[in-house]
Design a protein around this ligand. Structure first.
Ligand code: G3H
Ligand code: 13P
Ligand code: ZN
Length: 326
């Protein structure tokens, strides 16, 4: 990795002010995962057009896929691209599911303005100690930190949780006080990926545990809460994928009205990765099936990028309520 750089030199912001405005205003900041150029172009375009603050987030896997040095310049490019579109877009570059102190510090030194340290699979005291260590390093550099309590079902990067363990409201106040985190990811029934709920015929998606969320809010009033695993698994994309040679039977996600309800509460960051993956895959499959002779990636990746722009605009405007907040 080349020399250390502060996110401020790249034109990025940390999440602190965005979260306090979002909690007060009853909306959520979107956190979109990206791995490549087209995804980042789509996020910037859609958020600039809808005037939405945004968190662009990178997992450990995405970082090694895209290359750490390349990512620094992509983030700087995102800020400049928005400026050229006529808007000073607040952009947070965030590490998603950081799994070690070393990964977090490496990202901070490379220009990230926010990191998640995910110690949720560790015993409580170890989660507190690891999170505290990251907070001390991050806060000395004005970088914000997300911690996690409770384990989501599904795959959290390399951590596989068979069943979710809901966040225990009794722990949150102690965790926030001891660690000094700026936001807290919780487990209230969401999970990662495209298969969030196993439904039998005729069953509908179970509601999220808003009762747990309310208990958490009582213990830490106004504290920024984060919802992971929040893709809706848009069924039109699942159908397109299946129609054009894919196989994604039983893929189902969190209904939009539940996300709207969460966004109106202290949930001020909503993580979306799978919906973007579905949009891209659906459009590429459709494009190539309809035009099997095409071999210019700009054509099918361009179609995927256009769909991603439409999806993100919809999320900002109709689900998270972040549109118009810049
Ligand atoms: O929560 C995990 C995100 O969807 C990132 O997934 O580790 O496959 O990049 P990934
Ligand atoms: P989804 O798989 O529901 O998009 O969740 C993404 C996420 O939580 C990234 O951290
Ligand atoms: Zn996540």
């Amino acid at each position: 990795m080349s020399q250390t750089v502060s996110y401020k030199e790249l034109g990025l912001v940390n999440s602190r002010e965005l979260f306090s405005k979002a909690v007060a205003g009853g909306y959520a900041i979107p956190a979109y995962n990206f791995n490549n150029l087209e995804q980042l172009q789509a996020i910037v375009t859609a958020c600039a057009q809808t005037r939405s603050p945004v968190i662009i987030q990178v997992s450990k896997g995405a970082r090694s896929y895209a290359n750490a040095t390349m990512l620094r310049y992509m983030a700087m490019g995102a800020v400049e691209m928005a400026r050229e579109m006529g808007i000073e877009l607040p952009i947070v570059l965030h590490l998603d599911h950081g799994d070690s102190f070393e990964l977090c510090t490496s990202c901070i030194d490379a220009g990230f303005s926010s990191v998640m340290i995910d110690g949720s699979h560790l015993p409580y005291a170890e989660n507190v100690a690891l999170t505290r260590q990251v907070v001390e390093y991050a806060h000395a550099r004005d970088v914000t930190v997300e911690g996690e309590l409770g384990v989501l079902a599904g795959i959290e990067d390399e951590v596989v949780a068979e069943k979710s363990t809901y966040t225990q409201p009794d722990e949150v106040e102690d965790f926030v006080r001891k660690t000094g985190v700026d936001s807290l990811a919780i487990s209230i029934g969401t999970s990662h990926g495209a298969y969030k709920f196993k439904l039998k015929a005729g069953e509908s998606v179970p509601p999220l545990r808003f009762d747990i969320l309310e208990e958490i809010e009582k213990r830490i009033p106004g504290f920024p809460i984060v919802l992971h695993g929040a893709s809706s698994v848009v069924q039109t994309y699942v159908e397109l994928i299946n129609q054009y040679g894919g196989k994604m039977d039983g893929a189902v996600g969190v209904p939009e009205e539940q996300l709207r309800r969460a966004a109106a509460s202290a949930v001020c960051k909503i993580n979306i990765d799978s919906d973007g993956r579905l949009a891209v895959t659906a459009k590429i499959r459709e494009y190539l099936a309809k035009d099997p002779g095409e071999f210019d990636p700009r054509k099918y990746l361009g179609a995927a990028r256009d769909e991603l722009i439409a999806l993100i605009k919809h999320k900002n405007q109709a689900v998270l309520g972040s549109a118009g907040k810049v």
